[in-house]
Design a protein around this ligand. Sequence first.
Ligand SMILES: *Cc1c(COP(=O)(O)O)cnc(C)c1O
Length: 396
Amino acid sequence: MVLSKKAKQITTSLTLDITAKAKKMKAEGIDVIGFGAGEPDFDTPKNIQEAAIKAIKEGRTRYTAASGIIELKQAIIGKLKRENNLTYTPAQIIVSAGAKQCLANVFQAILNPGDEVLIGVPYWVSYPELVKLADGEPIYIETEEINEFKLTIASLNRALTSKSKAIILNSPNNPTGTVYSKDELMEIADFAKINNLIIISDEIYEKLLYGSNDHISIASLSEDAYRRTIVINGLSKAYAMTGWRIGYAAGSTETVSLMSNIQSHTTSNPNSIAQYASVEALNGNQDDIGKMIGQFKLRRDYMVEKINSINNLSCIKPEGAFYVMVNIGDVLNKSIDGKVIKDSIAFSDVLLEKEKVAVIPGIAFGVDNFIRLSYATSMENIKIGLDRIARFVENI
Ligand SMILES: *Cc1c(COP(=O)(O)O)cnc(C)c1O
């Protein structure tokens, strides 16, 4: 049987592989410390839970408009105005089953075969695969740790061709935690304008910031940037709602209506109950968010200091999200118990085997001399896990 060539070039998610192995060990009763989490370890705030229960009891359990209920679109419009200084009408908003579905819809809506999408390395695992699924071509832009893994205009210019169609911006960034300044965003907006590129701005971590700067949406920088940007956001990370599957996108009416048509034939509306709960998330009391951010900041500070105190490991201090990229370059090609640590997968495998600590190999994000640690886990776990990593590295 000849199955789809397109589907066959989609990679399995490396992040999920290691997580599955760690879960299996845990189920066998082994005391594994997991740094793999791509989601907050907090419960969804009470007021949001209650709004969902109310929605069920009131019978909000049927199909809704495919692109989302108007109440939620209005809440999103209010949020984008209040927090991001962006003005949209309901026809410019789509609600999807997570930001990931918004991204899938966007690429389907904007790409023709062979169109190129500029993606900074390290990248979020799904960007290249979603581009390929839409017949586009991911173009990888190398960055440097010393430059906080930021895209530079020089590197973008080198990657540019006549087929360049769009650029993905993800600030705060997964996996690096990097946050772009207003000036850097202006440079990227200018670059997009000069080269007539669509900007896909994934702002899912906007609330998880630990420095003094507020989040700035690139779409808010100029009339031109507003017109060429599709803002991607969602409830998963900020409101600890990963399982509820609600994300949204805002952009031109033309693009959003194509995205809505695609969604209407693939999944129809996102879960009706979760949509009503999301109205409460956006419009209701925000105190729980502040508490989560406070916890994340404490954990980040501890983690960064501890990692940099370990010989042969280092990391830069991430300004947002909940991940740290740890540079393992100094231990590569050395060995432990006769096993050579030749790359990030070997490091992660042997670490899991020997010290029962699960981390994500950097190669999942396109960089083989790093591992990613998530601090979406308790301080107690972080302390124990980092002590084990320290012992592991000392023995290499
Ligand atoms: C988690 C994540 C998403 C997707 O989140 P959803 O749960 O689908 O809303 C999108 N982009 C990045 C960078 C992420 O880390």
